[in-house]
Write a protein of this length. Structure first.
Length: 555
């Protein structure tokens, strides 16, 4: 039996693997429990790690540090790949408001930290550690410690900064989740009603394409080619079906218009009024169910890599007369297909045409889901490498002697967002199925939480010996809760943000993956991820700069 005792107690690679397995497994099992109808989900992994660390369980320090950073990279990278298309779509309208709200969270936290610094007598290094732990921002802690070291600040001990961070971090994680729960009660949110509300708002905000029948009333268009309508519109539209001289056809741009034609047009919602003026009044005819029509519609998935490196207008295989591409769905965002669009793996295209024509499109685009079941790992790891490089780039700001870096969380997230949107242009298709993406995401967050817990629990006893620990916890809770509750209420009350959007931007403003994981579990959709990704890059930079400025200005 000695060998099994040594396996659990003597620090080694095998022992580290076993301890991580125990922490993650028990944490996930406990995460299924609900207390007052609330489940903390994978956050239990952090608490189990703290408990074992406090009990004296140690693991290999190098392995722990690697797994913590690598787990966080996997988590944020998978989020970036998942929400990238939706993120860039949201930048058009929602990014400014979301980022202003997130910046308000950061500013309020800094103000409360300065107030506690002036009132408590603790040095600014410790208070920066308290703030970084309260907002669960490890890069901010590193930035503060680097500033203390580079400036050789007297009377400030990096060990105490780390201790303050380690003590407030668990309460910061729980406090952020508590803020989300309190806001749910304050807003009187019903999850099912909120899902329905967000579905309706998404349709309105996204300008999702709609289809409508139009009767050709404009005599100036009679005898002109169909492309004339396309040329007069500001945004791309598609004519999927056309009733022309007694039959239903899929028209080409060169099709001549005739009196009495009825066109089924797919267009952004905001273009409908312009179409009424240009083409004519809406028609009661339904070309989708017109008797005698041999046209069919089918959703086809892009699975051939060769189709993702060229403009849609340059793909000769789909320039035919017997079908029309009417809609394109990408990561929950619907687009109107046009010639300048680049396809991506996993895109779903709606095709209307004859059976032969639709089959031709299916053969050209692939439509083989089995091809997508095996992810191409090379682009993913190339993206991770690029993300780490971006996160390590030093930025020199005026009057700040210490270079600022966005870290190994912010860098991979930014690269993943860009890769998910523009990867096809540079032959880097980092497509993953939803199940594969979720697997990477859950693996990353559990490794990160287990590492933080196993690395922090040993400091708990010494922190409480002198009584400082209780003060740090109290100050940390105020730094965590007050900005989140205030800005969450402002976002909901004045900016009309849905509860899921509030959860996402508050998690991003706290740079807190566990809170995002909790919000995703509660919402049952990826809505919080979109606002999280929108504010995370800027917030990460602001958190790092804020920690350094506190040291530089008040030390």
């Amino acid at each position: 039996m000695d060998w099994i005792i040594r396996l659990f107690t003597e620090v080694s690679v095998a022992q580290t693997v076993v301890i991580y397995g125990v922490v993650i497994a028990f944490g996930i099992w406990l995460g299924r429990l609900k207390i007052f109808g609330i489940s903390l989900g994978v956050t239990w992994v952090l608490f189990i790690g703290l408990l074992l660390s406090y009990a004296g369980i140690r693991v290999n320090n190098e392995v722990e540090h690697f797994l913590k950073e690598f787990g966080l990279i996997l988590f944020v990278f998978s989020i970036g790949l998942q929400v990238g298309p939706g993120f860039f779509a949201s930048l058009k309208k929602n990014a400014l408001a979301n980022n202003l709200l997130a910046a308000g969270v950061v500013l309020l936290g800094v103000i409360i930290t300065v107030i506690w610094y002036l009132a408590s007598g603790y040095d600014i290094g410790v208070m920066t550690g308290v703030m970084s732990g309260a907002v669960t921002n490890t890069p901010g802690l590193g930035a503060a410690q680097a500033a203390v070291k580079d400036l050789q600040v007297q009377g400030t001990d990096n060990a105490r900064i780390t201790l303050a961070y380690a003590l407030t971090y668990p309460f910061g994680v729980f406090g952020i989740i508590l803020a989300l729960v309190l806001l749910k009660k304050i807003f009187r949110v019903n999850i099912e009603n909120e899902n329905e509300l967000h579905r309706k708002l998404s349709v309105i905000r996204s300008g999702r394409p709609v289809s409508l029948h139009f009767h050709l009333d404009n005599p100036q268009l009679v005898g002109k080619p169909l492309r004339r309508i396309f040329e007069l519109m500001k945004q791309p539209i598609v004519v999927s079906r056309m009733f022309h001289k007694g039959e239903v056809i899929t028209p080409t741009p060169d099709q001549l218009l005739a009196e009495g034609d009825v066109l089924l047009i797919v267009a952004p919602k905001q273009e409908i009024e312009q179409l009424k003026i240009l083409v004519g009044a809406p028609s009661n005819m339904n070309l989708k169910n017109e008797p005698g029509s041999d046209l069919i519609s089918r959703h086809i998935v892009v699975t051939r890599k060769e189709m993702t490196h060229r403009r849609l207008g340059d793909i000769t295989e789909i320039h035919q007369h017997e079908f029309t591409l009417t809609r394109l769905s990408r990561a929950g965002v619907e687009l109107v297909p046009h010639g300048n669009l680049f396809l991506q793996l996993g895109d779903t295209v709606k095709v209307v045409g004859t059976e032969e024509g639709v089959n031709q499109v299916a053969n050209a685009l692939g439509n083989s889901l089995k091809r997508l079941e095996v992810p191409d790992l090379a682009p993913i790891f190339i993206g991770i490498v690029l993300g780490v490089i971006v996160g390590s780039i030093p930025f020199y700001l005026p009057n700040i002697p210490v270079p600022v870096k966005i870290g190994m969380a912010g860098g991979p997230l930014i690269v993943a967002l860009l890769l998910s949107r523009f990867g096809g242009l540079v032959y880097l298709n980092a497509y993953t199925t939803n199940s594969a993406n979720l697997m990477i995401r859950e693996l990353g967050i559990t490794l990160f939480l287990a590492s933080v817990g196993l690395g922090s629990g040993s400091n708990l006893a010494s922190a409480f010996t002198g009584g400082d620990g209780w003060y740090w916890i109290g100050m940390g809770i105020s730094i965590t809760l007050i900005p989140l509750l205030v800005m969450g209420w402002v976002a909901h009350r004045f900016f009309r943000k849905t509860y899921f959007e509030v959860c996402g931007f508050l998690s991003g403003a706290s740079t807190d993956p566990p809170a995002l994981a909790f919000a995703l579990k509660m919402a049952g959709n990826d809505v919080p991820s979109a606002t999280y990704a929108t504010v995370y890059p800027l917030t990460m930079i602001l958190r790092i700069v804020a920690a350094e400025l506190l040291i530089l200005m008040l030390a």
